[in-house]
Design a protein. Structure first.
Length: 179
C-alpha cells in the first residue's frame, strides 16, 4: 500500500467527519410550541394594555388625582379645554369631593369678586378651535381639599376663567367686564 501523506490525511479527515456526524445531536427546533404560546400571550397582554388605555401616548387636557393625605390635585395639561372637557372635569372634581360652580355669562359680563377665600390664582383658558402656532402652556397644578370649590366662568366667546376657593364659593354676581 503505497499512499502519500496527503491521501492518508484526507482519509483520516473523512473518517473524523463521519464519526462526528454520528455523535452530533439533532439540531434544535427554533420555533417550538412553547415559544409560540409565549409569543401569543405577550401579544395578547400588549393588546389588552392598548384597549385598557385608549389614547395612550397623548396627554389628557386635565387630571384629577386623589392624594393619600386626602387632598385633590387638579392638573391642567392643556389650557385649550373644550366645553365637553369642562363637563367631564366637573364630574371628576365632584367625584373627588371638590365642589364646582359653572356659570355661563351673557355678552361682556364677568362674575364679581371676591366670591370667597381664594386658594390660588385665576386661570384663563381658551376653548375655541386650535390654531396653528397657538402657544401651549406648561402643565399647571392646584392642590385642593375636599369641600373646596372650583369655579368655571364662561363668558361669551372662547375664554373661560377658573377660580379656586376654600370651602364653598359664593354665587356668581354678573357685572360688566372692565376695560
Amino acid at each position: 500500500m503505497n499512499t502519500t501523506f496527503e491521501e492518508r490525511l484526507l482519509a483520516e479527515l473523512k473518517r473524523e467527519v463521519v464519526l462526528r456526524a454520528a455523535e452530533a445531536p439533532a439540531p434544535r427546533r427554533v420555533v417550538t410550541s412553547r415559544r409560540v404560546g409565549l409569543a401569543l400571550a405577550a401579544c395578547g397582554a400588549a393588546a389588552a394594555v392598548v384597549v385598557a388605555l385608549p389614547g395612550s401616548g397623548t396627554t389628557p387636557a386635565y387630571a384629577v388625582e386623589k392624594n393619600a393625605d386626602g387632598t385633590v390635585t387638579l392638573t391642567l395639561n392643556d389650557l385649550n379645554i373644550s366645553r365637553a372637557e369642562q363637563r367631564n372635569l366637573v364630574r371628576a372634581l365632584e367625584k373627588a369631593g371638590v365642589h364646582t360652580q359653572v356659570t355661563e355669562l351673557p355678552g361682556t359680563t364677568r362674575c364679581a369678586e371676591p366670591r370667597g377665600e381664594q386658594t390660588g390664582p385665576h386661570i384663563i383658558t381658551f376653548n375655541g378651535p386650535e390654531k396653528e402656532g397657538q402657544v401651549r402652556a406648561h402643565p399647571w397644578s392646584q392642590t385642593l381639599h375636599r369641600g373646596d370649590t372650583v369655579t368655571i366662568d364662561n363668558p361669551a366667546g372662547n375664554l373661560s376663567w377658573y377660580g379656586f376657593y376654600r370651602g364653598k364659593a359664593g354665587p356668581c354676581e354678573p357685572m360688566p367686564k372692565a376695560g
